[in-house]
Design a protein around this ligand. Structure first.
Ligand code: RP5
Length: 163
C-alpha cells in the first residue's frame, strides 16, 4: 500500500481538551509510520465542518477515522452516518461522569451505523489506533510485521517485569 504523502487515517476530536487522550492514538500511528491527520471537529459547534469532513473522507483517501469526544459524544456516530469509511470511537473522560456518558453515547449506536467503540481514555485511544493498524495489516505485510514486533516487545517487557 502506498502511504507516501496524503493521510490515510483521520484522528478527530471534539475539542483541543481531548488531545491529551487522543494524542495516544496519534503516537501509535506515528510510530508505525502511517500518515495521519489530527483535527478538532466539534459536532455541536462545527456541524458544517463535520459534515464536509465526513462526506469527503472516502474521496480524500482516508481508510479509517478515529473519533474521540466527551460527554454527549455524538461526533463518532454522526461522522459514521456520513461516510462508509470505518469509524473507531474513543470515549474521552468527562468532567462530571468520568467518561461513562461518553462511553454509552458512543457504544450505544442504533443498528445500521456501526462505531467500533474502545475503552474510556488513553487505553481506548491507543487500542483504536492499534485496531486500525490490525485491519490495514491484513493487506500490508510490512505493517503486519511491525505489529507483530510491537506485540513481541510488549510481551518481552511483561516477561521481564520484576517485583
Ligand atoms: C466535547 O465536550 C469535547 O469532545 C470535550 O470532550 C468536551 C469538553 O469540551 P471543551 O469544553 O473542553 O471544549 O464536545
Amino acid at each position: 500500500m502506498d502511504y507516501i504523502s496524503s493521510p490515510v487515517v483521520g484522528v478527530v476530536m471534539g475539542s483541543s481538551s481531548d488531545w491529551d487522550v487522543m494524542s495516544h492514538a496519534a503516537s501509535i500511528l506515528e510510530s508505525f509510520d502511517v500518515p495521519f491527520e489530527s483535527k478538532v471537529i466539534s459536532a455541536h459547534r462545527m456541524p458544517k465542518e463535520m459534515f464536509d469532513y465526513a462526506s469527503e473522507a472516502h474521496d480524500r483517501g482516508l481508510k479509517a477515522i478515529i473519533a474521540g469526544a466527551g460527554g454527549a459524544a455524538h461526533l463518532p456516530g454522526m461522522i459514521a452516518s456520513l461516510t462508509e469509511v470505518p469509524v473507531f470511537g474513543v470515549p474521552v473522560p468527562s468532567k462530571y461522569l468520568s467518561g461513562e456518558d461518553s462511553l454509552l453515547s458512543i457504544v450505544q449506536m442504533p443498528k445500521g451505523i456501526p462505531v467500533a467503540t474502545f475503552a474510556i481514555g488513553e487505553a481506548g485511544a491507543t487500542n483504536a489506533a492499534l485496531h486500525v493498524l490490525a485491519n490495514m495489516a491484513l493487506f500490508d505485510n510490512t505493517l503486519r510485521h511491525k505489529l507483530l514486533s510491537f506485540r513481541k516487545s510488549q510481551t518481552d517487557k511483561a516477561r521481564n517485569m520484576k517485583l
